[in-house]
Design a protein around this ligand. Structure first.
Ligand SMILES: [Cu+2]
Length: 258
């Protein structure tokens, strides 16, 4: 009887351990980083979102969930800034040099820097694709946008990712549910309305950083630090699964021994 119970405990213990090892191994690479970036509205757009970004060496995965965007319209989105030690950041209303009430992309450039990576849905991701609106994600009829892509970045970007920030573009100044030229034409491409290219939100990696991933295994104690940060919890997901599974086994054992 006792032997049978011991066997069951062994089986229950082995399964979650295997699951946890499988889930945790990729997240524990020494050169991994993960960040949660809050995208905050610009130009009174009402558009906000969250970007979850992870780096495994030079493999960058970007996941964006945004809302409050111009419905049914493409939204150009980029990683802006420099990896050369420049202090770029998200602009505020003071960047509106011509006083038209809108911080255009051109007016924002001195603050947020040039396009470093174009977050297209497919193909090229260089600055050249910055206005490739046919390869930019489109908001649904409720103004929500969901994006995910994994791409390879330069070692420079991987080394200095904390100096960069994400900007989404496309606003609806007159609130008519589409891009039009009531507010003028884009300074970047006169064929496009200003509304299509003006920044709608921005989020900085710096400040929102959750730091480098822990090096080594879960025995360093990182699993117990929790912290409550959702990005950190996501990053430590593998370890969390194991902790929960071990907890369940302990409860079962106590119940069994009663
Ligand atoms: Cu941009």
């Amino acid at each position: 009887m006792r032997n049978r119970r011991t066997a069951r405990i062994a089986a229950l213990t082995a399964l979650p351990a295997a699951v946890a090892l499988g889930a945790a191994a990729p997240a524990l690479a020494a050169d991994s980083q993960a960040y949660q970036i809050n995208l905050e509205q610009l130009n009174d757009s009402g558009a906000s979102g969250t970007a979850m970004v992870s780096l495994e060496g030079t493999k960058l995965t970007v996941k964006i969930q945004a809302e409050g965007l111009t419905p049914g319209a493409p939204h150009a989105q980029h990683i802006h800034g420099s990896t050369k030690g420049m202090d770029f950041h998200c602009p505020d209303a003071s960047a509106d040099k011509d006083g038209d009430g809108i911080v255009s992309t051109a007016e924002g450039l001195p603050a947020y820097g040039d396009i470093n990576i174009s977050l297209t849905t497919g193909g090229d991701t260089s600055k050249d694709s910055g206005l490739a609106v046919d390869r930019m994600p489109t908001a649904d009829k409720d103004g929500k946008l969901s994006y995910e892509r994994t791409l390879t970045v330069s070692q420079d970007v991987a080394d200095h990712f904390k100096d960069l920030h994400i900007v989404q573009h496309g606003i609806d100044v007159n609130d008519n549910g589409k891009y039009d030229t009531d507010a003028g034409k884009s300074q970047l491409d006169p064929k496009l309305p200003l509304e299509a290219t003006a920044p709608t939100n921005c989020g900085m990696v710096r400040g929102a950083s959750i730091g480098e991933m822990p090096e080594g295994g879960v025995e360093t104690g990182t699993a117990a630090t929790g912290g409550g940060d959702s990005a950190q919890m996501m990053a430590l997901g593998g370890a969390g699964v194991m902790a929960a599974a071990v907890g369940a086994v302990v409860v079962w054992r106590r119940t069994g021994e009663r």
